[in-house]
Design a protein around this ligand. Structure first.
Ligand SMILES: [Fe+2]
Ligand SMILES: [Zn+2]
Length: 395
């Protein structure tokens, strides 16, 4: 984790029965015995860090107590009352210390956009991404931290975005297909046939699990020059609501919106999730913003006014062009963004402009997994904490 290795100065069982550790930086930790026992990583118990466990909680005594403690600076050794022996390294204990300030310090912190980001969003050259892992890892980190980046000079050919997606994970298939073509085609029921401007939104909030990471590849742009793309930081928009109307913000976190997409005889997708998801510290960690697919609300009557007030303000912020990144995707451009954070939209297209985007979606767990694996491969610091939960509701 890049931290200096701390040493355990002393250990004892305190009056509450917790195992206290005093560290050589004068800080103190306290661990519950059942948590320590549950996380024993001896050969017999398995290793919870890699998801291999032979130990079953059902065979543990919830009131287990250490019989004796010992420390040798780098390790805590516990002999339990039943004679079982456990050993925990100081590094492991520090990394998993679950006290409030430690959890807070480890929590993932997205970087909210500012004007300098909007004027210069991260851009990578396709050749640099294609030729090695180092730039690719950088790109993934940009998406993790800012939710958005662009790739330029990719071949303007179908299939490119699929192979790029495969470098991260597995393109997710849905009723719209695996690799989706956004192109005007009157023979198909497709959002590509809607040439009117699309207001900023996140995709498919009517799914229990909306698309995680989206990759849009422009194969041809509208030949009339129409159809510029817009992106916006949904977290910034949500933070604006919180600053303006804390009650409205809370209503959008605490009560769920119903979203629905119904194509008769094909799919009838209905999901009920809050528009804003926050983590245990109240930081926004996911948004579902798409009033085109909102279905009738079912919330307590006394919440209706404040909910609508909050939602209207949120949507008005999403129309504030000073918050947006605007550009026209050129053939060979790819936008990579976190659909649980970043809103996207575009201006009017023309029917005969022949704009063609190909896109894939990647599950967010695969995205975070690839980040860790590549960081290991390149000997960079990794982060074992869940990165960004996404728009699945609040703790
Ligand atoms: Fe969309
Ligand atoms: Zn054990």
């Amino acid at each position: 984790m890049g931290e200096k290795k701390l040493m355990i100065k002393s250990s004892c069982v305190n009056n509450d029965g917790l195992v206290n550790l005093d560290w050589d930086d004068a800080s103190r930790s306290a661990f519950h015995p059942i948590w320590l026992r549950d996380n024993c990583s001896c050969n017999e118990c398995g290793d919870p860090a890699i998801g291999y466990r032979a130990l079953r909680l059902t065979s543990l005594d919830l009131n287990c107590k250490p019989k004796s403690l010992d420390t040798d600076l780098s390790n805590l050794l516990i002999t339990w009352q039943d004679g079982h022996e456990s050993c925990y390294t100081s590094t492991w204990l520090r990394e998993h210390d679950y006290q409030d300030q430690m959890r807070r310090a480890r929590a993932f912190k997205p970087i909210i956009w500012d004007d300098s980001f909007r004027q210069n969003p991260p851009v990578y050259d396709y050749a640099a991404i294609a030729s090695g892992d180092s730039n690719f890892l950088d790109l993934l980190k940009q998406v993790r931290d800012y939710g958005l980046c662009f790739i330029r000079n990719a071949p303007a050919e179908p299939g490119i975005v699929e192979s790029l997606g495969l470098r991260i994970g597995f393109p997710q298939e849905s009723n719209f297909g695996r690799v989706q073509d956004l192109i005007f085609d009157p023979g198909k029921r497709s959002i590509g046939n809607d040439v009117k401007a699309l207001k900023l939104h996140t995709d498919e909030p009517y799914r229990a699990s909306p698309p995680g990471i989206l990759m849009f590849h422009c194969i041809s742009n509208d030949q009339t020059g129409a159809g510029s793309s817009t992106f916006m930081d949904g977290f910034e928009v949500a933070d604006r609501l919180r600053d303006h109307d804390a009650e409205g913000f809370a209503a959008l976190c605490d009560y769920a919106q119903v979203f629905r997409r119904h194509f008769a005889g094909d799919v009838d997708l209905i999901a009920k999730f809050p528009i804003l998801s926050v983590d245990e510290f109240g930081n926004v960690c996911g948004v579902r913003i798409n009033d085109r697919v909102a279905a009738p609300l079912a919330i307590p009557p006394e919440q209706m006014v404040v909910y609508y007030r909050g939602l209207q303000y949120l949507l008005k912020q999403s129309e504030d062009e000073t918050l947006a990144v605007n550009l026209t995707l050129q053939p060979g451009d790819i936008a990579v963004f976190d659909n649980h954070r970043v809103l996207h939209g575009r201006t009017d297209l023309t029917v005969d402009g022949k704009r063609w985007l190909q896109w894939v979606q990647i599950e967010r767990g695969d995205f975070h997994s690839k980040l860790r694996i590549l960081a290991d491969k390149l000997a960079q610091s990794r982060d074992d904490n869940p990165l960004l939960k996404g728009a699945y509701g609040s703790f």
